[in-house]
Design a protein around this ligand. Structure first.
Ligand SMILES: *[C@@H]1O[C@H](CO)[C@@H](O)[C@H](O)[C@H]1NC(C)=O
Ligand SMILES: *[C@@H]1O[C@H](CO)[C@@H](O)[C@H](O)[C@H]1NC(C)=O
Ligand SMILES: *[C@@H]1O[C@H](CO)[C@@H](O)[C@H](O)[C@H]1NC(C)=O
Length: 234
């Protein structure tokens, strides 16, 4: 009796393992096919464009060069959250774009274009893109005006980038430049700079923590746990 029960259980476990392996493999295959970027900066741009189109403004082109500049913009704060907004708010000088941000990104200086708006936020805990958008970046009617402005044609977003941990900075830069011919990388290839993530480069990137990156491993682990619970419950 006990023996046959053990045998049934072993069979069940074997069956579950095979099923899991199959699921895991097909999930991995789907992942490469769909090519969803697991990048919080891309998610922020998607959120922002959804919000703009719902407001009858145009969706903006996600320019990786502009987004790389947004990450440099964050780095200029050297992790000083208090320097963002408020009475002691500071912002990098406009000249920094040509002098340091563009060279650090490998962007051709001649392709820099006008910045028509910026949204910047910082907080000590990590938020997901949609929360960062509604709670940190869009706080008042002034930021809504910037969001909905008809002057923008393109956008670039970046998250964090000081040491990869807290505090978390989010930056969105808007421009009125021609999407394809502005903020162009030398050689045409985005120069990725870690830590931090920026949008538009088709880059798998986890904004802040390594924990958010292996989402596949996570879902696999969760499935395994559920399966384990199921087996034990027999
Ligand atoms: C757009 O974002 C603002 C600020 O978060 C929010 O109040 C508004 O409901 C959003 N609109 C849509 C259509 O999602
Ligand atoms: C759009 O651009 C015009 C001309 O540069 C400027 O006067 C206006 O304030 C801008 N609008 C917004 C919402 O930034
Ligand atoms: C702009 O970029 C897109 C995507 O890379 C490309 O398909 C299109 O041909 C480009 N347009 C121009 C005018 O260069």
């Amino acid at each position: 009796m006990l023996l046959s029960r053990t045998a049934t259980m072993a069979k069940t476990i074997w069956f579950l393992l095979v099923t899991l392996l199959f699921l895991f493999a097909s999930a991995a295959a789907a992942d490469t096919q769909i090519k969803v970027t697991n990048n919080p900066a891309d998610k922020l741009v998607a959120e922002l464009n959804n919000n703009r189109t719902a407001h009858k403004a145009s969706a903006l082109y996600d320019n990786p060069g502009l987004a790389c500049l947004a990450l440099q913009y964050i780095k200029a704060y050297e992790g000083d959250c208090k320097a963002v907004g408020g009475p002691n708010g500071k912002k990098p000088a406009d000249s920094q774009f040509a002098e340091t941000f563009a060279p650090n990104c490998g962007i051709q200086a001649s392709t820099l274009s006008q910045i028509t708006g910026r949204l910047l936020g910082c907080q000590s805990e990590y938020l997901h893109a949609s929360e960062a958008f509604s709670q940190t970046l869009i706080r008042n009617s002034k930021s809504l005006d910037i969001l909905y402005s008809k002057n923008h044609t393109e956008v670039g977003a970046a998250v964090s980038g000081t040491d990869g941990g807290s505090p978390y900075f989010w930056c969105v830069l808007f421009s009125s430049g021609k999407p394809n011919s502005t903020f162009v990388f030398e050689g045409g290839v985005p120069k990725l700079s870690k830590p931090g993530c920026f949008s538009g480069a088709n880059d798998e990137c986890s904004g802040a923590h390594d924990w958010s990156q292996p989402s596949l491993v996570w879902s696999f682990g969760a499935t395994a746990l559920i399966a384990l619970g199921y087996v034990l419950g027999l």
